[in-house]
Design a protein around this ligand. Structure first.
Ligand SMILES: [Fe+2]
Ligand SMILES: [Fe+2]
Length: 183
């Protein structure tokens, strides 16, 4: 799987994927989820991130992938959707939970599964991440406050997107509102 993944990613993105997988494995222990599923979802989460325009179109056509109006022409969002298809059909991953964790790793969604939460968060706090506030997120994750860490991250994302005057995917808003009402 790793060898095949290497052919799809740049060196930097490959190292990021390994880092996320290390982080997800540790989190799987803390949050009591299947370590192998966490490993597979995390190592493959960005498998579509480095596709060029032609390659992206190739997979969109090959698997008849329908992107929504927000995902269309937005690589930051579409790589997660296309990545789930590549994991399923190119890496032969049939587990729906793993595929959904890949699919929702960028936007999040309402009522996320524990595996989805772990992949979402591991992507943000892997060891090479160094943005302001990342240590607080690591601290919260290590002491079992994953939902709090995700809510902070969703709020950060929404703030950044507003600042850049970009479109926010409704799934991110829903993920955020859901956590606000359940924490
Ligand atoms: Fe990603
Ligand atoms: Fe990532």
């Amino acid at each position: 799987m790793k060898e095949k993944l290497k052919t799809l990613l740049t060196q930097t993105r490959y190292i990021h994927s390994l880092n996320v997988s290390e982080c997800a494995k540790k989190m799987a222990k803390i949050y009591n989820i299947d370590e192998e599923k966490a490993y597979i979802a995390s190592i493959l989460h960005d498998c579509a991130k480095c596709l060029n325009h032609e390659q992206m179109n190739y997979y969109l056509n090959k698997y008849n992938i329908k992107l929504d109006e927000y995902e269309k022409d937005n690589r930051a969002l579409s790589h997660a959707i296309v990545g789930a298809y590549i994991a399923e059909y190119e890496f032969n991953i049939k587990d729906k939970e793993i595929l959904n964790a890949i699919k929702y790793h960028t936007t999040g969604r309402e009522n996320m599964t524990m595996l989805e939460k772990v992949i979402y968060m591991a992507d943000l706090i892997e060891e090479d991440r160094s943005f302001e506030g990342v240590d607080e997120l690591r601290y919260l994750v290590n002491k079992g406050e994953l939902d709090k860490a995700i809510l902070i991250s969703l709020n950060n994302t929404i703030r950044i997107v507003i600042k850049r005057n970009q479109i926010i995917h409704p799934r991110t808003i829903n993920a955020r509102n859901y956590l606000v009402s359940t924490i």
